[in-house]
Design a protein around this ligand. Structure first.
Ligand SMILES: NC(=O)c1ccc[n+]([C@@H]2O[C@H](COP(=O)([O-])OP(=O)(O)OC[C@H]3O[C@@H](n4cnc5c(N)ncnc54)[C@H](O)[C@@H]3O)[C@@H](O)[C@H]2O)c1
Length: 433
């Protein structure tokens, strides 16, 4: 199969590299010439475990290449995937489909024969219909089928997720497109990953429903964590106690500072907008968005409270800035609101993140970037553990305490056991315990 991937960001690059690893011939296109030049030189534009090796091996094997030349890449392709960004539209929270429609028009100009255009970007219900309309208007001469194939990979575990997905959702009623998509995913199907064929609109909604459900699960346990604090219960035991029930499941039940990242915040908002447009409200998701928004600053206030009466002029060491470990993605990371709350109260922030420092510095110019956790803790009045990178899981707590002005720890990911932190001389606050 010849596959063309339009957009070489997290999803486009990981999907393209994995498809080529299955044996398909893949060209990844991006309009960002810097990104393509870096990829051609073997440098990854994102941090994702295992990606560099996967790309290198498939480039070497001649199955994977990169270009800015969309026209040449699309000509003759069996399937053209759209994997461009769909950020929140400024002002109203609708998904901004500018990049998707731009890419569609460019594809229309470039196709040379019958092909299948696949939207892998997360797009609201009905987007596939509009993509099809554009293609028909611009190229009535060519048979182009439009398929929805949402992506469920998680940053930080993207390759494993792509190669061993829980399911592959394919939205199309077109028999030829179905055949092409079956061929594209054949290696996974042989691996027993279920292929779920649905209508296109259903497939588009599945992606939003999945993300909204996961965001709800996180937000639910976060509120239960607050209740645990109020009544003297332990949220981790509550999580285990409910998660062991197979109907509930253990995943996404870790209390923390609220969800962030490139997907949940924008996708929950976009779902609300769709619901509004169709006058079919999703009140649960409305509440989730509201609760999660206020939680991030509330976590900043939790740190301020741990600093004592007068926080102004004090220093906090923030450990972990990305929205989760194993990524350098800072989009909508809870750390942003937490740091803002601290700075608003006149607190100085020293910070360390294993991969996110560069992106974080651009968003939070006031932070002092440090080389590791111990350097960040130097002279600090409190340390706030915001992202649970492995490197923060086994800190030398005595060394950390010795570097600080006052040994206070606010563990927003419940990484440590209260007794071990207290034994190292810390005043310790965590979430829901
Ligand atoms: N990041 C994730 O974890 C994830 C997971 C599942 C789904 N998604 C969805 O996948 C889509 C892409 O997300 P991402 O995180 O990979 O975005 P991204 O911003 O990392 O990458 C998008 C890329 O597309 C390029 N691009 C835009 N228009 C183009 C055009 N006309 N031609 C060529 N290149 C073009 C951009 O330059 C950019 O490099 C979004 O809809 C997102 O919601 C993301």
């Amino acid at each position: 199969m010849r596959i063309t991937m339009i957009g070489s960001g997290y999803v486009g690059l990981v999907s393209g590299a994995c498809f080529s690893d299955f044996g398909h011939d893949v060209i990844c296109v991006d309009k960002d010439a810097g990104k393509i030049a870096a990829l051609e030189a073997g440098r990854m534009p994102i941090y994702e475990p295992g990606l560099e090796q996967l790309v290198e091996a498939n480039v070497k094997a001649g199955r994977l290449s990169f270009t800015t030349d969309l026209k040449a890449a699309v000509a003759g392709a069996d399937a053209v995937f759209i994997a461009v960004g769909t950020p929140s539209r400024r002002g109203d929270g609708h998904a901004d489909l500018t990049y998707v429609f731009e890419a569609t028009r460019e594809i229309a100009q470039a196709v040379t024969g019958p092909t299948v255009v696949v939207t892998k970007s997360t797009v609201p219900v009905g987007t596939g219909d509009r993509v099809e309309e554009i293609l028909r208007e611009e190229r009535p001469d060519i048979d182009i089928a439009v398929v929805s194939n949402p992506e469920f990979l998680r940053e930080g575990a993207a390759i494993g997720d792509f190669k061993r997905p829980d399911r592959i959702v394919i939205g199309t009623d077109d028999a030829r497109a179905r055949k092409v998509m079956s061929e594209v995913y054949r290696p996974l199907y042989l691996n027993e990953s279920p292929l779920l064929f649905t209508g296109r609109r259903t497939s588009e909604l599945i992606k939003y429903a999945a993300n909204a459900f996961l965001a709800t699960k996180i937000t639910f346990i976060n509120e239960i964590a607050d209740l645990c604090e109020a009544v003297g219960a332990d949220v981790q035991d509550v999580s285990r106690g409910i998660g062991l029930d197979n109907r509930i499941g253990r995943k996404f039940l870790h209390a923390g500072p609220g969800y962030g990242g490139s997907c949940f915040p924008k996708d929950t908002l976009a779902l609300l907008k769709t619901a509004e447009d169709y006058e079919s409200p999703v009140h649960i998701v409305e509440a989730v968005v509201k609760v999660n928004d206020s939680r991030k600053r509330a976590m900043g206030r939790k740190v301020l409270k741990a600093l004592g009466d007068d926080a102004k002029g004090k220093t906090v060491a923030v450990l972990g800035l990305t929205f989760k470990p194993n990524t350098d993605d800072m989009r909508d990371a809870p750390a942003i609101a937490i740091v803002q709350t601290l700075e608003d109260a006149g607190v100085k922030v020293r910070a360390y993140d294993p991969e996110g420092m560069e992106a974080a510095k651009a968003i939070m110019p006031g932070i002092l970037c440090c080389a590791n956790a111990y350097e960040a803790a130097e002279g600090a009045d409190a340390v706030a553990l915001v992202t649970e990178w492995d490197t923060f899981r086994a800190l030398d707590l005595k060394r950390l305490a010795a570097a600080m002005t006052a040994p206070v720890m606010v563990d927003l990911r419940n990484v440590y056991r209260p007794d071990e932190v207290k034994a190292a001389g810390f005043a310790y606050t965590s979430v829901g315990r």
